[in-house]
Design a binder for this molecule. Structure first.
Ligand code: UGA
Length: 434
């Protein structure tokens, strides 16, 4: 099939590349000329494991193209994906200006029946708004479909190629057939394509992310309670996770969820609930708890240093909001660094992928170190913000010769309590004994 993907950010690039991989001809359109030039010349613009190889192959085999010209990009396309940003507006609701602008531009350019697909996370009712905006200028038949993405950063290619499910919101039989054909290669193992109406598909995305954020937050509260009650959250996690109704995944407590999706989507669902005159109480609590969870370990660090961090050096391992990404949006590390700096601490950081992004925020206010040991050298404490695999089994002997104090504040529960005790570390983690 011939496909156009409008918006070549994270979702757009993964979507375009993966559809090219299954033999479609895909043209990605973006207004950012620098980005398009870079992509055209074979340089990938995001870090996502496994993507580069697919990107290079499909570019070479001429199934993947890039342009800044919308008319050229959608020429002959049977399916047009909208993978545009929906940043939170001042009131927390998703800002649809990019999507609606493209909808306006698309109308006069359509030449034959096309399926226009909302891939971005958009409030309920957006498909209808997009349809109206296109219809105002269109001279041919078209359908607007909602097809939310459930890609996790770091494993997006795998999630795209082998989705648990594909959700498609449309009431048009014609569009349904086109979408079924497009996704057939991705669901060969028998995972379902779930068809529903547009509004339900739009809400499904918000419900999924909000549910997962709630699950994590619930576990964070259990962890906080464990600390007060002398219980161990690891044991409780295993104890409940083995109940198949609860499930083992997404039960790991820590210093809060971050990233470009959960915070934005929970906020947007809370806002649209409010607009619908419904007070979604759990979501408000989730946002509150997550905000305080993020910097929870700062109090422990202050307590350890007898309430003053002035002149203390803290090494921070991990900056990205989670491992296997360079994405630092809403990353708990950032707020913690800010708190440490405002308390007068000196901060040395190390992250395998996200340092360049963090330089644009903190510049020379913090020290960027080549590797985790360099960050730990002469530090008075170590703070762990992201569970990169390379932090899981450090050389503790070496670490203890580098650190001034054997003190670790672990926001991701990486280490075994017994081992830390035996090694003589002061070890704070989340929901476990100190
Ligand atoms: C999330 C969803 O998982 C995807 O399904 C969705 O498509 C995507 O948002 C989106 O809306 O685009 P992502 O933001 O990449 O994906 O990250 P996750 O792996 O879901 O992690 C989110 C946050 O939760 C991270 O900060 C992570 O550290 C935290 N987390 C996750 C925990 O604190 N505990 C856990 O047990 C799991």
């Amino acid at each position: 099939m011939k496909i156009a993907v409008i918006g070549t950010g994270y979702v757009g690039l993964v979507t375009g590349t993966c559809f090219a991989e299954t033999g479609n001809t895909v043209t990605c359109v973006d207004i950012d000329i620098n980005k398009v030039e870079k992509l055209k010349s074979g340089k990938i613009t995001i870090y996502e494991p496994g993507l580069e190889q697919l990107f290079e192959r499909n570019l070479k085999q001429q199934r993947l193209f890039f342009t800044t010209d919308l008319a050229e990009g959608i020429k002959d396309a049977q399916i047009i994906f909208l993978a545009l940003p929906t940043p939170p507006g001042e009131d927390g609701s998703a800002d649809l200006k990019y999507i609606l602008k493209v909808a306006d531009d698309l109308g006069p350019l359509l030449r034959s029946f096309s399926v226009i697909v909302d891939k971005s996370t958009v409030p309920v009712g957006t498909a209808e708004r997009v349809r109206d905006r296109i219809a105002a200028n269109a001279k041919v038949e078209f359908s607007v479909v909602s097809n939310p993405e459930f890609l996790r950063e770091g494993v997006a290619v795998e999630d795209f190629m082998k989705p648990d499910r594909v959700v498609i919101g449309t009431t048009s039989e014609k569009a349904k057939k086109v979408m079924e054909q497009l996704y057939a290669p991705f669901v060969r193992q028998g995972n379902p394509i779930i068809f529903m109406d547009e509004r339900s598909a739009e809400l499904t995305k918000y419900a999924a992310n909000s549910f997962l954020a709630t699950k994590i937050t619930f576990m964070n509260e259990i962890a906080n309670l464990c600390e007060l009650m002398g219980a161990d959250v690891d044991a409780v996690r295993k104890g409940i996770g083995t109940d198949s109704r609860i499930g083992k995944r997404f039960l790991f407590p820590g210093i809060g969820y971050g990233g470009s999706c959960f915070p934005k989507d929970v906020q947007a669902l809370a806002k649209s609930s409010k607009d619908a005159a419904y007070d979604f109480k759990i979501l408000n609590a989730v946002m509150d708890v997550n905000a305080s969870q993020k910097t929870k370990l700062i109090a422990a660090i202050k307590h350890y240093f007898k309430n003053s961090l002035e002149g203390k050096t803290v090494a921070v391992w991990g900056l990205a909001f989670k491992p296997h990404t360079d994405d630092i949006r809403e990353a708990p590390a950032l707020e913690n660094i800010e708190s440490l700096l405002s308390e007068g601490a000196i901060v040395k950081v190390s992250d395998p992928e996200a340092m360049e992004n963090v330089k644009t925020i903190f510049g020379s206010k913090i020290q960027f170190c080549e590797n985790p040991y360099e960050a730990a050298k002469d530090a008075d404490a170590l703070f762990i913000a992201t569970e990169w695999p390379e932090f899981r089994t450090p050389d503790f002997e070496k670490l203890s010769t580098l650190l001034n104090n054997k003190a670790i504040f672990d926001g991701r529960n990486l280490y075994d309590l017994q081992q830390m005790r035996e090694l003589g570390y002061t070890y704070y983690s989340i929901g476990r004994e100190v």
